[in-house]
Design a protein around this ligand. Structure first.
Ligand code: PLP
Length: 453
């Protein structure tokens, strides 16, 4: 009985006693404490104490239709009742999987293609890397294995996708693995040199790419991966003309280009794909998150026509592609994804992003006039404000609890969830956000900034 008395009682204490927190700044957690969520209403989440928070983080970029979309819940229920589970192997797959692959190729920027399913974005990137290794080896180039990505990129947490990710924190795992080569992040405001124009910056990055390819050897490079807009790197749209400058170089050296659209896909930038927004055609697309509007854990590799054809040939020759996850192509996930694509594209969600993006930018532009905001940046419904100690020199704040954590914690106290990322605060609300809710988001954020600075 005494032991019973000593057990943690509140939801928050129980959470902090028994769960291991991933991707959580511990000093910040100790300062602010945890939020235990019971349910959601539209773009709001509600905690165990009945407090409502506007979630300008969309869960984790993914709950684009809000937390209680009836159509998505009904699609899930209906499929659970019809057929709750299966895989996409051994020559069998569910009818829902057939329909989703057809749909994904149809809405992709490709004339034809093929789709492979995973449970997450990390696994989709891993799968793509294995496809490239498999393909190049089958084509007689087993040494074509290195992967090119960029610093600040985020591609996931598995050993391979974390190696692709360009974040210093991965050194605690001894990552990246050998053979993962990182190029300069195309963020002009931060990495442009003194006196360098944006055009010169892009030309420098293109030169760096070509020199890297020549140094490493084109026949040792399996592929290049990029998010159209870097998400977890701090919402970094590419410098102007970046993809147009690097694509021809990658083509020249026969290096497949993979667009990681886990965040950008299905409306986040205002179009179906980020590569459409930035006007380039990749060889394959990685999708997850928005794919099911966050209602089911699922990822997909969408191969364009050329990689599809080459993989088909390789698989026929070897007689099997020995890869897949137990729940690959899960029918409930596929049914939800079919509905989610319909909701985003045909219920006006992507349109709402396009309609409200100028208002979003207008409010950020105003906030960025503050002395401690160095830059605002983004597109569609993915934006960031970067805090600086000194605006002219772009000097970051220092200290144990980062300024973005302090802003985010203050926002939480005011009933707004936003994401601290390095020195930046990220706003990526669900696509269903109304004008009034957008005003609520900014009013709370401004109030928080008043308190912190
Ligand atoms: N790729 C990008 C661009 C992402 O933003 C993420 C997750 O945030 C991933 C991949 C990894 O996805 P998951 O967390 O589902 O493994």
């Amino acid at each position: 009985e005494a032991d019973e008395m000593n057990k943690p009682q509140s939801w928050e204490a129980r959470a902090e006693t028994y769960s291991l927190y991933g991707f959580t700044d511990m000093p910040s957690l100790h300062q602010r404490g945890t939020v235990v969520v019971t349910h959601g209403e539209g773009p709001y989440i509600v905690d165990v104490n009945g407090r409502r928070y506007l979630d300008a983080n969309s869960g984790l970029w993914n709950m684009v239709a809000g937390f209680d979309h009836k159509g998505l819940i009904d699609a899930a229920k209906a499929q659970y009742e019809r057929f709750p589970g299966y895989h996409a192997f051994f020559g069998r797959m569910s009818d829902q999987t057939v329909m989703l692959s057809e749909k994904l190729v149809e809405v992709s920027p490709f004339d034809s293609g093929r789709v492979f399913y995973t449970n997450s974005g990390s696994e989709a990137n891993d799968t793509m890397v294995k496809m490239l290794w498999f393909l190049h080896a089958a084509e007689g180039k087993p040494q074509k294995r290195k992967i090119l990505t960029r610093w600040n990129a985020y591609h996931g947490v598995t050993a391979v996708s974390a190696s692709m990710t360009g974040k210093p924190y991965n050194s605690v795992f001894g990552l990246p693995l050998p053979g993962f080569v990182h190029l300069t992040c195309p963020h002009y405001w931060r990495y442009g040199e003194e006196g360098e124009t944006e055009e010169q910056f892009v030309a420098r990055l293109a030169r760096e790419l070509e020199e890297t390819i020549q140094r490493e050897g084109a026949d040792t490079i399996a592929g290049f991966f990029a998010e159209p807009v870097m998400g977890a790197g701090g919402v970094i749209p590419p410098a102007k003309g970046y993809f147009q400058a690097i694509l021809p170089i990658l083509r020249k050296y026969d290096i497949p280009v993979i667009s990681d659209e886990v965040i950008c896909g299905f409306g986040r930038t205002g179009n179906t794909w980020g590569c459409v927004t930035y006007d380039f055609t990749p060889d394959a697309i990685i999708s997850s998150k928005n794919l099911t509007a966050g209602f089911f854990p699922m990822g997909a590799v969408i191969l364009g026509p050329e990689l599809s054809k080459r993989l088909e040939t390789a698989i026929e020759a070897i007689e099997e592609f020995p890869h897949g996850f137990t729940a690959s192509g899960h029918p409930v996930g596929c049914a939800i994804a079919l509905k989610a694509i319909d909701v985003v594209m045909n219920e006006g969600l992507a349109e709402n992003v396009r309609r409200l993006a100028p208002r979003f930018e207008e409010r950020l532009k105003h906030i960025a006039e503050r002395p401690n905001i160095g830059e605002y940046r983004g597109i569609g419904f993915m934006w960031a404000l970067e805090a600086v100690k000194d605006k002219a020199s772009k000097t970051p704040f220092d200290g144990n609890l980062s300024v973005s954590e302090r802003i985010a914690n203050t926002c939480t106290d005011l009933g707004l969830i936003c994401r601290p990322l390095g020195q930046s605060v990220v706003l990526c609300p669900p696509f269903i956000l109304t004008e009034a809710q957008m005003d609520e988001m900014f009013d709370k954020l401004e109030k928080a900034l008043d308190k912190v600075f």
